[in-house]
Design a protein around this ligand. Sequence first.
Ligand SMILES: *Cc1c(COP(=O)(O)O)cnc(C)c1O
Length: 828
Amino acid sequence: MDELIHADAVEKHAHLPNLSSMPYLGQADTFFERHLLSDALVEPATAYQRQRFEAMARSVRDILAERWIRTQRTYDQANPKRVYYMSMEFLIGRSMSNNVMNLVLDRFIESTSREANLDWLDLLEQEPDAGLGNGGLGRLAACFLDSMASMELPAMGYGLRYEYGMFRQAIEDGWQHEQPDNWLRRQDPWEVSRRGQFVEVKLGCSFEMHQGALTIIANKPSTLIGVPYDRPIVGFGGKTINSLRLWSAAAPDYFDFQEFSSGDFVGALVGSIAAQTLTRVLYPDDSTEMGQSLRFAQEYFLVACSLADLLRRFRRDNDDWNELPNKVAIQMNDTHPALTVPELMRILLDDVHLGWDQAWDLTQRTLAYTNHTLLPEALEKWPLHYFRQMLPRQLEIIYEINRRFLDDVRNRHPGDDKLVERVSLIEEGHEDKVRMAHVAIVGSHSTNGVAAIHSELLRTTTVRDFAELYPERFNNKTNGVTPRRWVRLANPELSDVISEAIGNNWVADFDQIGRLKPLADDAAFREAFLGAKRHAKVRFASWLKESSGQIVDPDSIFDCHIKRIHEYKRQLLNALRVIILYSRLRANPGMNMAPRTFFFAGKAAPAYKIAKLIIKFINNLALTIEKDPLVAGRIKVVFLPDYCVSLAERLIPAADVSNQISTAGFEASGTSNMKFMMNGALTLGTRDGATIEMAEEAGEENFFLFGLTAQEVSDGRGWYNPYWHYENDAETRHALDLIAQNYFSANEPGAFSALHDVLLKNGDRYMHLADIVSYLNADEALSTLYGDRGAWARKAILNVAGSGKFSSDRAISQYAEEVWNMQPCPVL
Ligand SMILES: *Cc1c(COP(=O)(O)O)cnc(C)c1O
């Protein structure tokens, strides 16, 4: 068994470590049986699939345990600089197959499955997605953890252990319904509770359950307990295994029963139930500021637990506080963890008793901030009274930071009161608020955007004043995604074709993917490449049929638009395109048009009415087209419910076309655009976010770019008028008229009038109508190309070959070098 695994691993991945030091592999299948017997207490032959999944996960954990501990020991001994990635979201997805891949245990799985008579693929379906995030921001954090471990960086992720992750989306009668995601209902086999390493968090308020909801009782100080749960983050090759540490809230009496003996027994019990509610649920909104006190408490809880934990580790290994920035880097993923600034200051001032200047210097040099959005409605601002109630001391500190900062601004720009008002950490108004982005920029040494255009707009528009005050703090780190999960694991067909051609080092060294470039002109390689795509499409079609009964034609163009539903992402623009193509086909059934399947998927924030109506609209559009015999077999619309990491992993390998059509200047980066590119889809896209850089890398001639530029969008703000397009373009007018005439809502008259209003009467903020004609032109060029299989394959191969830059390994190596100033710490 040992021999088998290692011969294979070493041959396939010459650069990988020799795993023969792993003691357990020889008896792996007995392991599996033993877990069934002793954990689940069942006869292996009669076990349920879920029990088998758990036993297998435990067996894999047994195998990685020794490396996991060794990684920690290595860090403890070497005392390297460590990076802590702080994020309110980690959209991890499933872990089993990812861990098996990164540990190079394929052969072990094969033989165990054979000996235990397991259906491995079915077993994988037993694992729920760990959906601890909304979308791109949370998935980025997960890809970054994979890259940090694969690149042997001493890193740790810090987040919250939500008992309920992102809601499950059900579609009923076309409408989105939200169902709770009780992903921990059955014990998660990967997590390890570290109750011994609990931390105390002191708050200026208490919590109480009030009519089923958690409410905050001001001026009644309380203590919460943070209990860490660790999940292994396996680096590729299995050498380094880092941890993702998620905090769960508990009440002190959970640990200390004294309160019960002394005080109010019932009161203490109710209080404990309330406190544990704090980490119960993820807020399911990714684009507007929620402005709820519980979310504020969650953010502080993450920051307070993580800082206490990492400073305890720092103190264990270092006795000079001046070493902090040399030993610790903290990356704040958006402003959600920006309370790190006043909390670290509080600790250094009040607990460590440093002077202000020294504390401030250490804080700034330790912290760095990543901005993820230019949308003003998504920039966090917390009402002062939340601070007064919960964090009075941190508020004092923010005032003092602000006083000193504004003094400095006044010195440098005497008399410019407007500037002072604009940059102040406090926004004065009807209700005073703390501007968290300002706190994060002032309190750190690095602020980065997530794509070149985004970083540029950040500097020149959103926080221009700060970029002028502190130009040296601003930088760009274009996002990336891990090629392990998104190509090797999700797309075995394509992976084999690539490895056949250039060897398999691309998995760990994704720059090598560029070696495919000359093969774009190789007829045999094109053939193999198209074969892999066709195979992935068939695989997706049969999954869809099996899981939902829906039938799609693998010979049609798979045209995909999957991401959160938001007006700026313009699912409506895509829907208008479909209406126009549909209308053309109806008007001229003999026309030559390659059969197409339009896939949509995405969740809408539960409170975002228009987004939910867009989902209903797409579903009605699908039904209208489905029922029309004139277009049968020519076009089809499918709305896939419950978009999540696992669904993305299924669909993206099968995609021919990737729609990345946000209004230019609104999508910070995008990351699904990169996943599609790596999987050989062609992009129909606007010049926005990282799509601009993707086209640069692959060559614009291999992209289908269209629409207004960010500059044109911003210039057009003053005079743009959707009615002009309505009146001057017959197809646009016809599409809008169909909506107004209830063509897609015959039984629900007026159902979509709000969408019609968004596009016309209310001014079309996201300029859908300005881009329709150029979208259709790009679409036509693309579908014509589809008819020439060789030419299509050539462009698609050049896209894959040009995607090297978009590995999260590249992004992480830039962070490590330019922001964190840290080196790998290999585990021997
Ligand atoms: C990659 C990914 C996203 C981000 O998609 P964008 O199109 O970049 O917004 C969101 N959700 C899931 C599940 C993903 O895998």
